[in-house]
Design a protein around this ligand. Structure first.
Ligand SMILES: Nc1nc2c(c(=O)[nH]1)N[C@H]1C(S)=C(S)[C@@H](COP(=O)(O)O)O[C@H]1N2
Ligand SMILES: [Mo]
Length: 428
């Protein structure tokens, strides 16, 4: 009799399994991890505030670096409307500019994945909270969260897939990533305005005595991992991703440990042309017959149209420039020694001797993306901008754009057209 009474006294602390099973995610007691809490969320939030700001700025810069407002061939999101309000003429210096901004963009994006997932996990009970909206302000906040979470997941996913799928992204990566990013940005700005003061307060002064921790489980399970330990797990995940991805922007052993990226894993082998190739000649069905004796460069400008053979190009004044290839997918090469004819000299030949205009570059590649690109006048005028015929003392290999390719300082790889066939000055 007395035994039974004691059991009855204990029951309210932990409902019987049948009752617990009835709990829904809308019930705060459904969520039992002792790791959740305002401080844990605030630490992750502040890391994301810094990281996502860097990610957004470098992403917007990457779009500007394409010079999408210059010519339709550069514009991968023609319907952008007002969203291109901030575009500007991408500079040509420092020559490693895009290597830095895009290396940061992709590396920071990869490294933030565990932080983003941990942050979402830390607040997931809120997603199910009922009623869905307590007031107009609360409804507005929840809509901004939808934009934020949906936009973030979508933009991260398209970015990560694009890096992994390496030029075979189904559909238009640029449009998806661009519009997804703007949806995310709208939610991000609203969320930071609403929540940053609170996060900073919690981190500075902790939760005031007597106030409940709204993000902590009301009935937590016994801890198997401290909050600090959980943050360390997230940090270790990010560190692992950093080590296995950042190397794609460097040469030597670092590139070899960049296991997570298609570009980082391959050893380009020895020789002057031994640096990564994005799209091989074979992949776009270009063979030695297209690039050999029969090849001519067509140049158009104020002076009309004329054609130059490789021998004629080599007879012009040759100039050198040490410049990297820096791809939108985040990988880059160290500076390579390019040699060839200055774009400004070709512009002068085409009838633009004083202030060279922009140029439309067309490749002999017949299918696939990136066969054409437009360069702005500031890019043509830079003395380091070349129609390169050699790299590191050897003729360009077939895969690197033999017999002639564009190389422009600070520009994204997309603008460094390979297997050039036609230059039209004054077109953009
Ligand atoms: N004709 C042509 N040129 C091209 C491309 C292409 O697909 N076709 N890809 C561009 C991109 S996206 C990059 S990153 C660089 C890579 O140059 P690489 O293969 O010599 O490293 O070439 C650029 N030039
Ligand atoms: Mo690229």
């Amino acid at each position: 009799m007395s035994e039974r009474r004691r059991i009855r006294v204990r029951l309210p602390a932990l409902p019987p399994p049948s009752l617990r099973a009835l709990r829904t995610p809308a019930d705060p007691a459904f969520w039992r991890s002792p790791v959740r809490g305002a401080r844990f969320t605030a630490v992750l939030g502040v890391i994301l505030l810094v990281g996502l700001t860097l990610l957004s700025v470098t992403g917007l810069l990457s779009y500007a670096a394409y010079n999408p407002d210059l010519h339709p061939v550069n514009d991968k999101t023609p319907g952008k409307g007002r969203l291109g309000f901030y575009l500007f003429a991408w500079p040509t210096g420092p020559h490693w500019l895009y290597r830095l901004t895009q290396g940061l963009h992709v590396t920071v994006g990869i490294v933030l994945v565990p932080v983003l997932l941990a942050k979402l996990w830390s607040v997931v009970p809120r997603l199910f909270a009922l009623p869905p909206a307590r007031s107009a302000a609360h409804a507005l906040e929840r809509v901004s969260l939808l934009l934020l979470v949906g936009g973030a997941l979508f933009t991260f996913l398209t970015g990560l897939l694009n890096i992994q799928l390496d030029y075979v992204f189904p559909g238009s990566f640029y449009a998806l990533h661009f519009y997804g990013a703007w949806v995310f940005l709208a939610g991000f700005v609203a969320h930071v305005a609403l929540k940053a003061p609170q996060a900073v307060r919690v981190l500075r002064r902790g939760i005031p005595r007597g106030e409940p921790d709204a993000l902590a489980a009301p009935a937590p399970l016994p801890a198997t991992l401290s909050r600090r330990g959980a943050l360390a797990v997230v940090g270790a995940g990010s560190l692992l991703l950093l080590v296995t991805s950042a190397g794609r922007s460097f040469d030597g052993p670092l590139r070899r440990i960049a296991l997570l990226t298609p570009r980082g894993g391959t050893d380009p082998g020895p020789g002057p042309n031994a640096f990564p190739v994005n799209k091989t000649a074979a992949a776009v069905r270009i063979g030695p017959a297209d690039t050999g004796e029969r090849w001519r460069l067509t140049v158009r400008g104020r002076a009309g149209e004329f054609r130059l053979s490789l021998a004629e190009l080599l007879a012009m004044e040759q100039h050198s420039a040490r410049l990297p290839i820096a791809c939108v997918e985040g990988w880059s090469t160290s500076d390579q020694l390019w040699r060839g004819v200055r774009l400004a000299d070709l512009a002068a030949l085409a009838g633009h001797p004083d202030r060279p205009p922009g140029v439309l570059v067309e490749s002999l590649q017949r299918s696939g993306s990136f066969r054409k690109a437009a360069l702005r006048d500031n890019q043509v005028r830079d003395a380091r901008s070349l129609l390169a015929l050699e790299v590191n003392g050897a003729p360009l290999s077939l895969d690197h754009g033999c017999p002639a390719r564009i190389i422009v300082p600070a520009a994204p790889g997309v603008l460094n057209t390979k297997w050039v066939e036609t230059l039209t000055f004054g077109e953009p």
